[in-house]
Design a protein around this ligand. Structure first.
Ligand code: SF4
Length: 367
């Protein structure tokens, strides 16, 4: 299963109310969960379930599926039943699909009030249906589809506009006694997004779903998301995250998990501490780091492995790690738990590290 014990979290978490998306607790001190979204046609049940299975295997905890047509709505019940992780239906424009998703047994429904016509008039029925089925609602405000009234009032999608839109919709649900809500206020600009979530976090106690929308291709999107989530999570803000990349969704999950691990919000698995190399390096650090990473991929125990190019910081880092190598003169000193266990020629470094890692893993057992 997913490691639940935070290593050493970056900050105390914001106090939020807790909701449950299927069996996954969100908010109220629950571990920050990682979400993604399928890219298949939802109506293609086989392909969608296949992608959900891949996402589940990569560590995704909650999956969202689009629901733009009746065929997609018709597929929801089977997908929700057969998926191993909770399924959220993503609804824009057509309120009738909100009801369909609730009836289909989806673990939650995401609504975008900005592009559902007369959404406000339908909140009462949506709240009633959601309550009857125990289905939480995500109010998902997006800069690109902000409620027209707020766009007019603020001129553009400012943090204040995003927050006001979200809180307004939440207040309509509250009028009907419905509080099983989480909120997102996404923007493609991390600066605006960070400020919007900061304000939202102060203004309510709902759990928050973090996302930088349309973050871009993998490289840019990874950095934007890491920076934005880092700024918020380091203030304790954020209960569930989705990294949006113009890349396969499994990549989103990997990035999301890595962000949480970097912030100590998720137990670290394999962590490679490798130096950038420099004019002093006495081995090919890039190659070594890559080979060690590949050789230890999928390792289930938390393991910190230092791969260092020379004796300047090498012995120090290698000693601090569970396992490490400090290179020099075509040889590598292999450290295990702070002790030099052997010195091997450069050609044997990777193989030796992997062997020692497996021995350590046997001793430690899975996380
Ligand atoms: Fe350079 Fe050595 Fe530092 Fe690596 S450990 S960056 S090779 S000084």
């Amino acid at each position: 299963g997913v490691p639940e014990v935070p290593a050493r979290p970056v900050a105390p978490r914001r106090q939020s109310r807790q909701i449950h998306v299927g069996p996954v607790a969100v908010g109220g001190g629950a571990p920050v969960s990682v979400q993604s979204m399928t890219t298949t046609r939802t109506s293609d049940i086989g392909a969608t379930l296949q992608q959900i299975a891949e996402l589940t295997a990569s560590g995704c905890q909650i999956v969202r599926v689009a629901c733009p047509t009746q065929d997609d709505a018709d597929a929801l019940a089977t997908i929700a039943r057969k998926s191993q992780i909770p399924v959220i239906a993503d609804i824009h424009f057509q309120p009738k699909y909100v009801f369909a998703a609730v009836e289909a047994g989806c673990a939650a429904v995401r609504v975008n009030p900005g592009n559902i016509k007369k959404f406000d008039d339908q909140v009462k029925e949506i709240a009633r249906a959601a309550r009857d089925h125990g289905t939480p609602i995500r109010i998902g405000v997006n800069a690109g589809s902000l409620d027209r009234r707020l766009l007019q009032k603020y001129g553009k999608a400012t943090p204040e506009a995003l927050v006001e839109s979200a809180l307004w919709e939440a207040s309509l649900f509250e009028e009907h006694g419905f509080r099983d809500i989480k909120i997102s206020v996404k923007h493609n600009d991390p600066v605006v997004m960070i400020e919007a979530y900061r304000q939202l976090a102060e203004a309510c106690d709902y759990p928050l779903h973090l996302g930088v929308t349309e973050a871009g291709p993998a490289f840019q999107g990874t950095i934007k998301s890491a920076v934005a989530f880092g700024a918020l999570l380091s203030r304790g803000i954020g209960d569930t995250i989705r990294v949006s990349l113009s890349a396969p969704p499994v990549e989103e999950v990997k990035v999301g998990i890595q962000i949480l691990q970097s912030l100590g919000l998720r137990q670290r698995r394999l962590e490679i501490v490798s130096c950038p190399s420099c004019g002093r390096a006495q081995v090919d650090v890039y190659k070594l780091a890559e080979e060690v990473t590949a050789g230890l991929d999928g390792m289930e125990v938390p393991l910190r492995v230092a791969v260092m190019g020379c004796v300047v910081n090498g012995p120090g880092e290698a000693r601090e790690a569970d396992l490490g190598v400090a290179s020099g003169n075509g040889k590598g000193q292999i450290f295990v738990k702070g002790e030099v266990v052997k010195t091997v020629p450069e050609s044997k470094i990777v193989q030796t590290l992997i062997e020692e890692a497996l021995k350590l893993a046997e001793r430690t057992g899975p996380a």
